[in-house]
Design a protein around this ligand. Structure first.
Ligand SMILES: Cc1ncc(COP(=O)(O)O)c(C=O)c1O
Length: 426
């Protein structure tokens, strides 16, 4: 085998290794919204890494929380009999913050994909335990991204990411992302006695940052209620403040049966996620005398060090009032990026739900020139800002909550300059 760099052993996610080997950018540190590479070059991170570094880089108190926990109990399993104080405290804290009455919390060890697979299995297990074992179908939406494990891949609505693999899990159905009537029609077509759950990102993220069309969420929520279908809010991106409230479920009054979370729970300082369960879903398993067991869990479920870091992260968000900061920055971001919609290479700019925005590249420019999007990403990076392409068509903006108004203006200005440069070379 000949490769670009025979010394390289790391195989990066989503990378063309034939081109990347030996050329990856080595990030060595960070401070607030800026990261530094090994050559000392600074980049303003318009992504908060992958939508997660909400408290920003260089927060030594999170390292201290990890160290303190590791000096006590670094790790111990939580299967069946065992628990630990950090995990218990974190679950209590999440239950207090979540817009779900009397919530129970299942901690997951990795990113959002673990939370999604846990919620998918729990939805099915719930219906078995509730005496309706035929309810096994899960419905998701076009443009949806629910992670890369088996359930998440099968529920995904981005064909490029699913067509080589899905369906890994059977009994999934997909509906257009913006059409409540299509959801109801699908439920009626397959029969509501067979539908377990509807998975819904309140704001579609990796599919291109699509805030919900007006009224959409209220309508699909009501349809699920009418048909007894569990409503699962996938808040892996939106959870813990990104839309200017602790949860998008609160902002949009979703009253979900399950919420999946990860990313912002720890700001990524250690991997950890959580599935927040309503009383309805918990009841068959927690009811006095019940023999129902959710036979699911991971070696590192309830990992005390990850839990301690997540707790310290939530403390920090509260102490610095970062959730209200996001709400205050929402119009600032919109004002900064909206003028980009005037550019000839841009077909749309989406924003308006917290610190989330996307700049969509005009289809008539992309179609004859598919490399255009990556050239823009590179031109933006050359100007010191990190972004990436979503679904091949849109540039992502999801900065840390500590970003300043001036930095948001810089991101918009750099996007504008890069668009000008790239269009001048067409
Ligand atoms: C809505 C949503 N669900 C699930 C996931 C999967 O999370 P992870 O990549 O941390 O496994 C993501 C990741 O971006 C996501 O945006």
């Amino acid at each position: 085998m000949t490769t670009g760099d025979n010394e390289q052993r790391m195989w990066n996610p989503f990378a063309n290794m034939a081109a990347l080997a030996g050329h990856a950018i080595n990030i060595v540190g960070g401070e607030r919204s800026t990261v530094f590479d090994a050559s000392g070059r600074a980049y303003l991170d318009a992504l908060a890494s992958l939508w997660y570094c909400n408290v920003g880089y260089g927060r030594t108190e999170l390292a201290e929380a990890a160290e303190a926990q590791m000096r006590g109990l670094a790790a111990f399993q939580t299967f069946e009999f065992y628990t630990n104080s950090a995990a218990e405290s974190l679950c209590r804290r999440i239950a207090e913050l979540a817009p779900v009455a009397e919530a129970k919390v299942i901690l997951t060890p990795g990113g959002g994909s673990d939370a999604v697979d846990t919620a998918g299995k729990l939805a099915r297990a719930y219906w078995r335990a509730a005496g309706e074992p035929d309810r096994q179908i899960i419905v998701s939406r076009s443009h949806a991204y629910h992670g890369m494990n088996a359930y998440g891949t099968s529920l995904g609505g981005i064909p490029l990411l699913t067509e080589a693999f899905a369906p890994l899990v059977g009994q999934v159905e997909q509906v257009p992302w913006d059409d409540p009537a299509a959801l109801e029609k699908t439920i009626e077509l397959v029969g509501d006695s067979r539908v377990a759950a509807f998975f819904c990102e309140p704001v579609i993220g990796a599919g291109g940052v699509y805030p919900p069309p007006p009224g959409y969420l209220a309508e699909v929520r009501e349809i699920c209620r009418r048909h007894g279908v569990l409503f699962v809010a996938d808040e892996v991106i939106t959870g813990f403040g990104r839309v200017g409230e602790w949860f998008a479920s609160g902002r949009f009054d979703l009253d979900p049966d399950l919420i999946t979370t990860a990313k912002g729970l720890s700001s990524g300082y250690l991997p950890i996620g959580a599935v927040i369960c309503s009383q309805r879903v918990a009841e068959p398993f927690w009811r006095t005398g019940s023999n129902e067991v959710f036979r699911h869990g991971y070696t590192y479920s309830g990992h005390p060090t990850a839990a301690a870091v997540a707790l310290a992260n939530l403390d920090l968000i509260e102490r610095e009032q970062l959730v209200s900061r996001v709400a205050a920055l929402e119009p600032v971001l919109t004002e900064a990026v909206t003028p980009l919609a005037e550019h000839e290479l841009v077909s749309a700019v989406r924003s308006g739900t917290g610190l989330l925005a996307a700049v969509e590249i005009a289809g008539d420019a992309l179609a004859p020139d598919p490399g255009l999007g990556q050239r823009l990403v590179l031109a933006i990076r050359e100007r010191g800002v990190i972004t990436r392409l979503l679904r091949g068509i849109a540039l992502q903006i999801s900065p840390p909550f500590v970003i300043t108004g001036t930095e948001l203006a810089t991101i918009a200005a750099v996007f504008g300059d890069a668009l000008d440069e790239v269009s001048s070379r067409l």
